[in-house]
Write a protein that binds this ligand. Sequence first.
Ligand SMILES: *Cc1c(COP(=O)(O)O)cnc(C)c1O
Length: 404
Amino acid sequence: MYSPENIRKYFPILDSEVNQHKLVYLDNAATTQKHQSVIDTVSQFYEKENSNIHRGVHYLSQLSTNKFEQTRESVKNFINAQHTHEVIFTKGTTDSINLLAFSYSKILKKGDEVIVSEMEHHSNLVPWQMCCDYSQATLKVIPITNSGELDMSFFKKELSKKTKLVALTHISNSLGTINPIEKIIELTHQTDAKILIDGAQAAAHAKLDVQKLDVDFYCFSAHKLYGPTGVGVLYGKEKLLNMLPPYQGGGEMIKDVSIHKTTYAELPHKFEAGTPNIAGVIAFKKAIDFIEEIGVENMKEHEDILLNYATLKLEEIPNLSIIGTAPKKSGIISFVVSGIHHYDLGLILDKLGVAIRTGHHCTQPVMKKMNVSGTSRISFACYNTKTELDYTVDCIKKAIKMLS
Ligand SMILES: *Cc1c(COP(=O)(O)O)cnc(C)c1O
């Protein structure tokens, strides 16, 4: 039996009080809370194991190298990659996308096209604007519909021989829409174009199989998967990663350096210059272990129940409108209340112990399209409960009364 109450025992922060109220944490799309084993692993690393990786002959360096590489193996299994060296560690989703956008900016030319969508997080939009700026390629943007879905007919029309890369989000962080990425990948591969999926919102809420999806690149952040901040993943097919030029130069990514010429290391090191977040990567394995122990499908099922429950309750509130009403949604609800600013609503909820997100959620084009200056957003994780949602909905009603 799935028990959020049981899961909560392993997340110490969920026991805390905020403004004299028990914390209700509903900002999981921004970052999730950390499992006790993740917290313990970080502190144990610094207490007992700290050492740089891949360099030393000494005991501690080999210990940390082994543990670091074990996480790579875990990630490989978690997403079902074919090879361990197809898993590149980065600082996060933003870093993963910048890596790819930089490398692509070196191989794209005038006349080439990159396709993104109007629902992208700024992290999957701005790097491609920069990439196209540097390479003189053209950026095409798939519009979204009023319900917050991709306009697929536009996508099919724009996809052509000129398309070199499609960069799309798996799940929208401001609307909750789950995009039909299987179909989009299939369509993309009917041309010579490659495809990157931004999985920052998906990796903790959907079972991933990069081989089955046949996706070329996929990225996500550990901190949205109950893991540490400062750790991310870029998965890429071996052949493509080999073809791309490296992003940053420095230690670790080289094979041989003379003063005028350097040859690059093999994958994955070619893309991992400098000392990474070693403690974070090692602790990330514990987060993956936790997700696999509970089962991502079970977590998703629970979050879907919360999503439906909260959607029905919120829809009953007069003057409240949900922004993003796609039939297939993940555990994210954005809403506005007419006559009330989202910031004021967020402040009152905070006074009552409820943590939600307000603003544009790093998706200003979505806000513009939906004709709002921002929204209030609640987002669920595996440890949230119906009781928390009942309390939150009561608090929202109370806040609306105070503000109107
Ligand atoms: C959070 C998020 C990002 C950025 O992730 P960082 O961890 O801040 O680098 C990118 N895309 C989506 C869809 C996100 O939700």
